[in-house]
Design a protein around this ligand. Structure first.
Ligand code: PPE
Length: 308
């Protein structure tokens, strides 16, 4: 991975290689961490964090759902992120805030373990492969089901929950695919290992709704708004597995993956990225770079000295 100079940890800026934790940290053993994936893009006004407020809000929600008291406010984390990007001299980057239970008593009860917060950022390019955003990826419906709300909290972005995505990712990769699509416990289409999913059929977009076991994706929300503003209908509803392969277009959305088309599922051709995928992707990419006035409030500009 591409490193940067500094990592912010519990209020301090540390050299990248010094941002360490004890091996007996609670999160390391039991997955008791919550995190975010955020991106900042280069715009004419400087580096800008996409939907920063929404990501910090979701981080707080995830912490709350796992009974962790956040030791820093949203505004403090926002300011720390700005300073970190500026001090690392980054114009565009991926940002990873993480809140975790640290070193303290061993055992499952975490309530006496300290809650730490760290923020790292670094340059992270194409998430699903170099040509993925242009040509689309080959995906496989996973044999693993997405975590159910009966056992875990799909709406929380918690470290331990990602074992589910890790299993699906390894399975799809070892079978020769770039990504896995997970069904939920009822057999409906749910999401990718780190992305929400959309299908297009006869000009109408559809994506699993809030009460499906999805992570409530921030990119998903932005894509719904963009597609509707372009005049398209977006249905939030259950999607049957067969609808995936019979769709005219399928695409994945997420902070890391951005908007990545899917061109094949289970060795059945969907086709080259279709017209609606392309249209929405173009507006989304322009939005991220501050080129769409209508969505400028989605960008949190980092105050850094300009390049000139
Ligand atoms: N579902 C899952 C399971 C998920 O992890 C993500 C983000 C999404 C949907 C899309 O959410 P959003 O980023 O708010 O639009 N996955 C993050 C972690 C990826 C990783 O490999 O780590 C991300 O995209 O940053």
């Amino acid at each position: 991975m591409q490193t940067a100079d500094l990592i912010w940890m519990d209020g301090e800026f540390l050299p990248w290689e010094d941002a360490k934790v004890h091996v007996l940290s609670h999160a390391f053993h039991y997955g008791t961490s919550v995190f975010e994936g955020v991106r900042a893009y280069e715009t004419d006004a400087g580096p800008a964090v996409f939907r920063h407020h929404d990501h910090l809000e979701r981080l707080e929600c995830s912490a709350k759902l796992y009974y962790m008291d956040m030791p820093f406010s949203r505004e403090q984390l926002r300011a720390a992120t700005h300073e970190l990007i500026a001090r690392n001299g980054l114009r565009s980057c991926y940002i990873r805030p993480i809140v975790f239970r640290g070193y303290g008593p061993m055992g499952l009860d975490p309530e006496d373990n300290p809650v730490h917060v760290a923020i790292a950022c670094w340059e992270w390019g194409a998430y699903l492969g170099d040509d993925a955003k242009r040509d689309g990826v080959r995906a496989k419906v996973s044999s693993w089901r997405r975590i159910s709300p009966q056992s875990l909290i799909p709406h929380a972005k918690a470290g331990g929950q990602y074992l589910n995505s890790v299993l699906a990712k390894i399975e799809s990769k070892r079978s020769g695919y770039q990504e896995a699509i997970l069904l939920d416990d009822k057999g409906h289409v749910c999401e990718g290992t780190g992305e929400n999913i959309f299908i297009v059929k006869d000009g109408v977009l559809a994506t699993p709704g809030q009460t499906a076991s999805i992570l409530d994706g921030i990119t998903r929300k932005a894509i719904i708004t963009i597609a509707e503003d372009l005049g398209h209908t977006v249905e939030e509803r259950d999607i049957a597995r067969a609808e995936l392969t019979l769709a005219d277009e399928v695409f994945l959305v997420g902070t890391a993956a951005e908007l990545t088309p899917v061109r094949e599922i289970d060795d059945i051709e969907i086709g080259t990225p279709g017209p609606i995928t392309r249209q929405v992707q173009q507006v989304f990419e322009d939005t991220l770079r501050g080129r769409v006035e209508r969505y400028s409030e989605w960008l949190d500009v980092v105050p850094v000295p300009s390049k000139a």
